[in-house]
Ligand binder design. Sequence first.
Ligand code: COA
Length: 340
Amino acid sequence: MSSQLTEALQEWERLDKDFQQIQESHRLYLQKLDEVSKTQSSFTASIARHRKYLKDLSQSLNKCSKGLTGENAKKVERIKGHIQQRPNIFSEMESFLPKKNGIYLSLVLGSVNVNLLSKQSKAAYKDEYEKFKLGVTVILLLLTFICQFLVTYRFVDALVNFLLVWYYCTLTIRESVLISNGSRIKGWWVFHHYISTFLSGVMLTWPDGELYQMFRSQFLTYCLYQGFVQCLQYYYQSGCLYRLKALGERHNLDLTVEGFQSWMWRGLTFLLPFLFFGHFWQLFNSVTLFRMARLPQCKEWQVLICGFSFLVLFAGNFFTTLAVVRHKRKTKNQGKSKGL
Ligand code: COA
């Protein structure tokens, strides 16, 4: 037997042993998956059961606490306080369990489970979402720049609008997945992307003509500005994410970590003037379109619809941003008064 064949046979024996091990690992892996799946089902069921018991208990506490005084009244109030905290704790727990998709995700993806089961994968998904936004924004900036300064073809404009429709649609899906994984994105920001999808769709159907050309330059400059603000937002959001990851926690930090808070406030103070300027540009777009709608040569329905969409975007973005800043300031002051 040649030495080459001996070596090959030895190698085969080694590989065969390796293969047996792989098969064993696979068996163990399937067994663990089965265990995880059973634990998930029983855990979900016990949370649901506990919720129901708590609901019944708080109903009976409400009934029997009427007219209570002294120590007993205090005891009941304490229990009620604990009961009120439980839903948040259960939601946090449930964000690590598979759950049924909402209507939108069920329609788009079907009944596939989108819940990521570890903190790391949730943070990685969020990170990827921010990078995706930045990547598409850069492409959009380039295309918009070409439309604004280099070529004036309706077809290229349509490409920009088509990309915008696809981008915003994708964002609504990704954001629904993020929410399903415990993200606290406010409903408005998701709704804002539905409206933006609609707006870009309407822009896509706007036929070339005198009115389209009247608005084109203003719209493209607005898109360039929005892309620029999106890059600043990326810097802020990824900075927050990076710091929170480094601190090893994501939520409940608003009150506790001073270093993070001061970075966030600096970032926010820098970002806010750009954001508000963008919001007023949306209002300006809306006013321009409403004025155009009153011109005798205006026959296109797109003018009014786009004007209305920009107005809704302005109002929602402006007031939600104000509410976010007010809430953050309140939390900051609460933190200070608690001496944190
Ligand atoms: N789009 C998507 N997600 C958003 C978001 C937005 N505009 N604003 C906040 N979020 C997310 C955050 O990433 C965070 O997610 P997490 O729970 O997964 O960590 C969650 O919502 C809660 O964020 P919050 O603490 O309320 O705000 P923030 O500090 O992250 O951001 C602003 C505050 C004001 C900077 C941000 O809301 C923003 O950029 N708003 C303006 C958007 C806008 O007007 N765009 C148009 C520009 S012309």
